[in-house]
Design a protein. Structure first.
Length: 166
């Protein structure tokens, strides 16, 4: 959202930081996937930024792009968001020979490594960030996620925090 995620920060004594923003509710939706190479155990982060709420069609398009990028069979571990559930049927009909789906338990975001990506991005990388508009927010989110993509140690920490085995 355009509202900043306010976090405690340091400042000189007597110079309290002030975030100047107004009540704005524009938002972006980010969809992502953490990937694991079975042979090399190399991790990757793929993401897309949308200017609307995620729908089943958006999820299908994202997974199709993921399947084009990754050769061979893919096991998709996903939560039970409505857009995911509605999009999976069509994907399994089309890519059933290459695609296997494993569902995370309901109401267990702590088991989803991508939730740890968002926690890190929102409360770490974007803490106290006040964007001018959604385009500014999109550029900042994209640049922070690209930086996260290149940090293997950080990507591993998301799996470790979720307690999923690689």
């Amino acid at each position: 959202m355009l509202q900043p995620t306010i976090r405690r920060t340091w400042a000189r004594k007597g110079q309290t930081p002030i975030l100047k923003c107004y009540d704005r509710h524009d938002r972006l939706t980010v969809i992502s996937a953490l990937t694991v190479s079975p042979q090399r155990q190399r991790l990757g982060l793929l993401f897309d930024i949308l200017d609307h709420n995620l729908a089943g069609e958006d999820f299908e398009l994202f997974v199709r792009r993921l399947l084009r990028k990754i050769r061979g069979p893919v096991t998709l571990v996903i939560d039970r968001l409505n857009a995911h559930r509605s999009g999976v049927r069509a994907l399994l009909e089309r890519y059933g020979s290459r695609l296997q789906v494993e569902w995370l338990p309901p109401y267990a975001p702590e088991l989803n490594p991508t939730e740890h990506v968002w926690g890190h991005t929102k409360t770490g990388d974007l803490a106290n960030f006040v964007p001018d508009d959604v385009y500014h927010l999109g550029r900042k989110v994209s640049s922070r996620l690209r930086k996260t993509q290149s940090d293997q140690r950080l990507l591993r920490s998301f799996f470790k925090a979720s307690r999923l085995r690689l």
